[in-house]
Design a binder for this molecule. Structure first.
Ligand code: SF4
Length: 313
């Protein structure tokens, strides 16, 4: 080997340790690119939902309902980011309802919220005792529990001067609810992105309505939110919801994009192609029917075929 050839071989040699480090760096870089994409996607989806449903207006004071789960942490985090860049001014108040479930770690949320510097309030109401007293053992307590919680949160919103409440339900919650209502309630009904309370005093918004649960899960892990377990009440997760969730996950594995399509369907309802007489005036269709002369002339002939024409006699 000539001296020049030797020099070339040496220049191309990469020690194994350097090579390994390059591999690690490349992995890190890939991870950070995918995390950036995730952050951008979630911010974009929330921004789009806020815009599409005109969820937030100038001067709104929004109570952000925080359970200590991945969804509500993500919602607060992204709303705080958007607050900095939004063209309208709005206030956020994070609110957690301590339902006195055994083992609820009381210090986690205040510590976290202090570290964010956001206005917050922890409300303590013993709904746990009420629910466990009223619901027979072994039955799911969620329906009564959420009704009580909703009532308390509405009252709190009024006391805190908030005109809106933000809930952390996401796209997958919405689709699951739609199927649950179809399977068990005989209704095509999901969760709206925006809703007025029955007494008309509060507007409820769901800023994560367009976000996928999978993205929220990844974001929550990335941000290392201090998650509070949601099984403290001892209630079994609603088994029907678990069943529907699994069904949707299986579908999406088998037919990628199906859940996206289902979600799009919730925004594209065609009342004239359904059978709901309250949504579409089927009885009155003839009143708006366009008839031409030829049509008028054909009617007696057609009637004759079916033996309907009085003219025959
Ligand atoms: S899981 Fe427990 S805390 Fe959550 S809604 Fe059901 S009963 Fe209430």
């Amino acid at each position: 080997m000539s001296e020049e050839q030797f020099a070339e071989v040496v220049s191309q040699y990469v020690p194994p340790a350097v090579e390994a480090e390059a591999g690690v760096n490349e992995k890190k870089e890939k991870k950070s690119v995918s995390q950036n994409k995730l952050v951008k996607r979630l911010r974009r989806e929330v921004g789009r939902a806020l815009h599409d449903y005109n969820m937030i207006q100038d001067g709104d004071r929004i109570m952000v309902c925080l359970s200590g789960g991945k969804d509500s942490y993500t919602m607060l985090d992204i709303l705080m980011q958007l607050q900095q860049s939004a063209p309208v001014k709005f206030e956020l108040v994070a609110v957690n309802l301590d339902q006195m479930q055994p083992g609820f770690p009381k210090e986690i949320l205040p510590n976290y919220l202090e570290s964010l510097g956001v206005e917050y309030q922890i409300i303590t109401e013993d709904t746990y005792s009420t629910v466990t007293r009223v619901i027979p053992e072994g039955k799911t307590m969620c329906s009564l529990c959420s009704r009580l919680r909703r009532g308390i949160l509405y009252k709190a919103a009024t006391a805190l001067g908030c005109n809106k409440l933000a809930l952390g339900h996401h796209r997958d919650d919405i689709i699951e609810t739609m199927f649950l209502n179809m399977f068990h309630g005989g209704k095509i009904k999901a969760m709206p992105a925006k809703l007025k309370s029955d007494d008309g005093k509060h507007i409820l918004i769901r800023p994560l309505a367009y976000c996928r649960e999978q993205d929220i899960e990844r974001y929550s892990e990335m941000k290392e939110f201090p998650i509070i377990p949601c099984n403290l009440c001892g209630s079994q997760e609603n088994l029907q919801r678990v069943h529907v969730k699994r069904m949707l996950q299986d579908w999406d594995k088998q037919f990628p994009g199906r859940v996206d399509s289902l979600f799009t369907a919730t925004q594209n309802i065609v009342p004239s192609q359904m059978l709901d007489r309250n949504l579409f005036d089927f009885e009155g269709l003839e009143e708006t029917q366009v008839r031409d002369d030829a049509h008028e002339k054909r009617i007696p002939v057609v009637n004759q075929w079916f033996g309907l024409s009085g003219d025959k006699e």
